[in-house]
Design a protein around this ligand. Sequence first.
Ligand SMILES: [Zn+2]
Ligand SMILES: [Zn+2]
Length: 218
Amino acid sequence: MIINMLEVGPLMVNCYIVGDKQTREAAVFDPAGNVDLISKVLSQEGLKVKYIINTHSHWDHVGGNHELQEATGAPILTHRDEAPALMTTSERASLFGSSSDNSEASQFIEEGDVIEVGSIRFEVLDLRGHSPAGLGFAFDGELELDGSRQRKKLVICGDALFAGSIGRTDFPGGDMGLLLKNIRSKIFILSDDTLVLPGHGPTSTVGREKKFNPFLRI
Ligand SMILES: [Zn+2]
Ligand SMILES: [Zn+2]
């Protein structure tokens, strides 16, 4: 498996490019901006984008959707309750003194769906609580870690869970109780060595967050 994390866009969002080594197909999660950089990595790795996937529609996560779609022809996937906000991204960005392109969802996805990219299977998780219907994506892959190849479980979790923190719940659609419940019941049931890939900031593991995250320590 090929995985790249790029910090892109006006608010430094983690964009994840996950590709299959054999088929060279890839999914790009949250192309928040700097599409030239994303395209450069895709061509360096020899990857073709099969899907553009959004964890949620906050304007800082989706600003590169349109440009990446123009460049690759790939469909944009998100939850139906997140989709309307994609069409007002530019308005919302301007409220923050920033600029961002509107885009349109091509296909709706929800919990229980499995998205296949080559041999990689992304299981869709509903992690709402930070936004109306934020999604997570759990998958297995082989990674080079500490000089050896290891089979790992990974979870892309958008702004639901961060290393040592959780997403804000004071935006429309926010619900702290629901967010904590979703993290506990859908992320914390994964093995302790599962890599947590958040929407901002450094990566973590499920075990570390269970033990040290001040919002979730039991
Ligand atoms: Zn967000
Ligand atoms: Zn964010």
